[in-house]
Design a protein around this ligand. Structure first.
Ligand SMILES: Nc1ncnc2c1ncn2[C@@H]1O[C@H](COP(=O)(O)OP(=O)(O)OP(=O)(O)O)[C@@H](O)[C@H]1O
Ligand SMILES: [Mg+2]
Length: 161
Protein backbone atom coordinates (compact mmCIF):
# COMPACT_ATOMS: atom_id res chain seq x y z
CA UNK A 1 0.00 0.00 0.00
CA UNK A 2 1.05 3.63 -0.44
CA UNK A 3 3.34 5.12 2.26
CA UNK A 4 3.92 1.68 3.79
CA UNK A 5 7.72 2.10 3.57
CA UNK A 6 8.79 0.42 0.31
CA UNK A 7 10.95 3.27 -1.02
CA UNK A 8 12.37 3.87 2.47
CA UNK A 9 13.54 0.22 2.63
CA UNK A 10 14.93 0.44 -0.91
CA UNK A 11 16.97 3.53 0.02
CA UNK A 12 18.37 1.77 3.09
CA UNK A 13 19.43 -1.04 0.78
CA UNK A 14 21.06 1.48 -1.58
CA UNK A 15 23.11 2.82 1.34
CA UNK A 16 24.05 -0.76 2.26
CA UNK A 17 25.17 -1.60 -1.28
CA UNK A 18 27.27 1.56 -1.32
CA UNK A 19 29.17 0.47 1.77
CA UNK A 20 29.80 -2.85 0.00
CA UNK A 21 31.27 -0.86 -2.93
CA UNK A 22 28.45 -1.66 -5.38
CA UNK A 23 26.96 0.90 -7.77
CA UNK A 24 23.19 1.34 -7.77
CA UNK A 25 21.07 2.22 -10.82
CA UNK A 26 17.57 3.56 -10.20
CA UNK A 27 14.51 3.98 -12.43
CA UNK A 28 11.95 6.13 -10.63
CA UNK A 29 9.21 8.02 -12.50
CA UNK A 30 9.00 10.35 -9.46
CA UNK A 31 12.70 11.32 -9.85
CA UNK A 32 12.98 11.52 -6.06
CA UNK A 33 16.35 13.07 -5.06
CA UNK A 34 16.23 10.98 -1.85
CA UNK A 35 17.89 8.22 -3.92
CA UNK A 36 20.99 10.39 -4.29
CA UNK A 37 20.92 11.24 -0.58
CA UNK A 38 21.06 7.47 0.04
CA UNK A 39 24.15 7.21 -2.20
CA UNK A 40 22.67 6.06 -5.54
CA UNK A 41 25.07 6.14 -8.51
CA UNK A 42 22.47 6.89 -11.20
CA UNK A 43 18.82 7.96 -11.20
CA UNK A 44 16.54 8.48 -14.20
CA UNK A 45 12.88 8.69 -15.16
CA UNK A 46 13.65 7.49 -18.69
CA UNK A 47 13.16 3.74 -19.07
CA UNK A 48 15.00 3.53 -22.41
CA UNK A 49 18.13 5.24 -21.04
CA UNK A 50 17.91 3.15 -17.89
CA UNK A 51 17.76 -0.15 -19.77
CA UNK A 52 20.63 0.89 -22.04
CA UNK A 53 22.84 1.60 -19.02
CA UNK A 54 21.71 -1.53 -17.19
CA UNK A 55 22.71 -3.80 -20.07
CA UNK A 56 26.05 -2.00 -20.54
CA UNK A 57 26.91 -2.37 -16.84
CA UNK A 58 27.96 -5.32 -14.73
CA UNK A 59 27.59 -6.14 -11.03
CA UNK A 60 25.22 -3.36 -9.99
CA UNK A 61 22.24 -3.22 -7.67
CA UNK A 62 19.21 -2.18 -9.71
CA UNK A 63 15.98 -0.67 -8.41
CA UNK A 64 12.80 -0.14 -10.44
CA UNK A 65 10.41 1.91 -8.31
CA UNK A 66 6.72 2.14 -9.21
CA UNK A 67 7.54 -0.85 -11.38
CA UNK A 68 3.92 -1.64 -12.31
CA UNK A 69 4.12 1.46 -14.51
CA UNK A 70 7.58 0.62 -15.97
CA UNK A 71 6.61 -2.99 -16.68
CA UNK A 72 3.49 -1.73 -18.48
CA UNK A 73 5.61 0.51 -20.74
CA UNK A 74 8.76 -1.57 -21.18
CA UNK A 75 7.32 -5.05 -20.58
CA UNK A 76 9.63 -7.15 -22.75
CA UNK A 77 12.81 -5.37 -21.66
CA UNK A 78 11.81 -5.52 -17.99
CA UNK A 79 11.27 -9.27 -18.33
CA UNK A 80 14.74 -9.50 -19.85
CA UNK A 81 16.11 -7.53 -16.90
CA UNK A 82 14.46 -9.97 -14.47
CA UNK A 83 15.50 -13.13 -16.27
CA UNK A 84 19.04 -12.08 -17.27
CA UNK A 85 20.17 -9.79 -14.45
CA UNK A 86 22.07 -12.59 -12.70
CA UNK A 87 23.94 -13.24 -15.95
CA UNK A 88 25.14 -9.60 -15.83
CA UNK A 89 26.04 -9.95 -12.16
CA UNK A 90 23.23 -7.54 -11.27
CA UNK A 91 20.91 -7.78 -8.30
CA UNK A 92 17.52 -6.42 -9.41
CA UNK A 93 14.73 -5.10 -7.16
CA UNK A 94 11.19 -4.42 -8.42
CA UNK A 95 9.04 -2.19 -6.21
CA UNK A 96 5.28 -1.90 -6.61
CA UNK A 97 2.20 -1.00 -4.60
CA UNK A 98 0.72 -4.31 -5.73
CA UNK A 99 2.92 -7.36 -6.25
CA UNK A 100 0.28 -8.64 -8.65
CA UNK A 101 0.99 -5.63 -10.93
CA UNK A 102 4.45 -7.12 -11.47
CA UNK A 103 4.28 -9.57 -14.35
CA UNK A 104 4.19 -13.22 -13.17
CA UNK A 105 7.30 -14.03 -15.25
CA UNK A 106 9.18 -11.37 -13.29
CA UNK A 107 7.73 -12.43 -9.92
CA UNK A 108 8.79 -16.01 -10.60
CA UNK A 109 12.40 -14.82 -11.03
CA UNK A 110 12.50 -13.07 -7.67
CA UNK A 111 14.52 -14.83 -4.97
CA UNK A 112 13.06 -12.76 -2.13
CA UNK A 113 9.77 -11.05 -1.38
CA UNK A 114 9.69 -8.03 0.94
CA UNK A 115 5.98 -7.55 1.54
CA UNK A 116 4.61 -4.45 3.27
CA UNK A 117 0.89 -4.04 4.01
CA UNK A 118 -1.31 -5.28 1.17
CA UNK A 119 -5.02 -6.03 0.72
CA UNK A 120 -6.36 -9.38 1.96
CA UNK A 121 -6.79 -10.55 -1.61
CA UNK A 122 -3.18 -9.78 -2.53
CA UNK A 123 -1.95 -11.38 0.72
CA UNK A 124 -3.85 -14.57 -0.24
CA UNK A 125 -2.33 -14.54 -3.74
CA UNK A 126 1.19 -14.20 -2.30
CA UNK A 127 0.56 -16.82 0.40
CA UNK A 128 -0.54 -19.25 -2.31
CA UNK A 129 2.35 -18.37 -4.60
CA UNK A 130 5.06 -18.78 -1.95
CA UNK A 131 3.27 -21.48 0.02
CA UNK A 132 3.54 -19.67 3.37
CA UNK A 133 0.39 -19.11 5.49
CA UNK A 134 2.35 -16.43 7.41
CA UNK A 135 2.04 -14.10 4.41
CA UNK A 136 -1.70 -13.71 5.17
CA UNK A 137 -0.53 -11.46 8.03
CA UNK A 138 0.63 -8.90 5.41
CA UNK A 139 -2.92 -7.51 5.28
CA UNK A 140 -2.61 -6.53 8.97
CA UNK A 141 0.92 -5.03 9.03
CA UNK A 142 1.52 -1.54 10.43
CA UNK A 143 3.24 1.25 8.50
CA UNK A 144 6.99 0.51 8.36
CA UNK A 145 6.60 -3.25 8.93
CA UNK A 146 7.24 -5.92 6.30
CA UNK A 147 7.60 -9.67 5.98
CA UNK A 148 10.65 -11.01 4.16
CA UNK A 149 10.59 -14.49 2.71
CA UNK A 150 12.11 -16.49 -0.09
CA UNK A 151 11.22 -19.64 -1.96
CA UNK A 152 13.46 -21.48 0.53
CA UNK A 153 13.48 -18.88 3.31
CA UNK A 154 10.73 -18.94 5.93
CA UNK A 155 8.86 -15.65 6.47
CA UNK A 156 10.23 -13.26 9.06
CA UNK A 157 8.47 -10.08 10.22
CA UNK A 158 10.77 -7.03 10.35
CA UNK A 159 10.12 -3.49 11.57
CA UNK A 160 11.82 -0.79 9.48
CA UNK A 161 10.45 2.16 11.45
N1 LIG B 1 11.15 6.66 10.71
C1 LIG B 1 10.59 6.80 9.50
N2 LIG B 1 11.36 6.67 8.41
C2 LIG B 1 10.83 6.79 7.18
N3 LIG B 1 9.50 7.07 6.97
C3 LIG B 1 8.70 7.22 8.04
C4 LIG B 1 9.21 7.09 9.36
N4 LIG B 1 8.18 7.26 10.19
C5 LIG B 1 7.10 7.51 9.44
N5 LIG B 1 7.38 7.49 8.13
C6 LIG B 1 6.44 7.73 7.05
O1 LIG B 1 6.26 6.55 6.30
C7 LIG B 1 6.09 6.84 4.91
C8 LIG B 1 7.05 5.99 4.11
O2 LIG B 1 7.02 6.39 2.79
P1 LIG B 1 7.67 5.59 1.59
O3 LIG B 1 7.94 6.60 0.55
O4 LIG B 1 8.79 4.71 2.04
O5 LIG B 1 6.44 4.69 1.20
P2 LIG B 1 6.15 3.84 -0.13
O6 LIG B 1 5.68 2.50 0.37
O7 LIG B 1 7.33 3.89 -1.04
O8 LIG B 1 4.89 4.61 -0.73
P3 LIG B 1 4.46 4.87 -2.26
O9 LIG B 1 3.75 3.61 -2.72
O10 LIG B 1 3.51 6.02 -2.16
O11 LIG B 1 5.69 5.17 -3.06
C9 LIG B 1 6.33 8.35 4.76
O12 LIG B 1 5.08 8.98 4.61
C10 LIG B 1 6.96 8.77 6.07
O13 LIG B 1 6.55 10.04 6.47
MG1 LIG C 1 7.58 4.71 -2.94
Amino acid sequence: MTESGKSTLARRMVAGYKTEGLHTLILDPLDDPAWYNAGASYLTTDGDKFLEIVFKSRKCAIFVDESGEAIGRYGGAMKKLATRSRHYGHNAHFISQRAVDIDKTIRDQCTYLFCFRVSRGDAETLANEYGYEELLECSRLNQGEFIKCGRFLKPKKIRLF
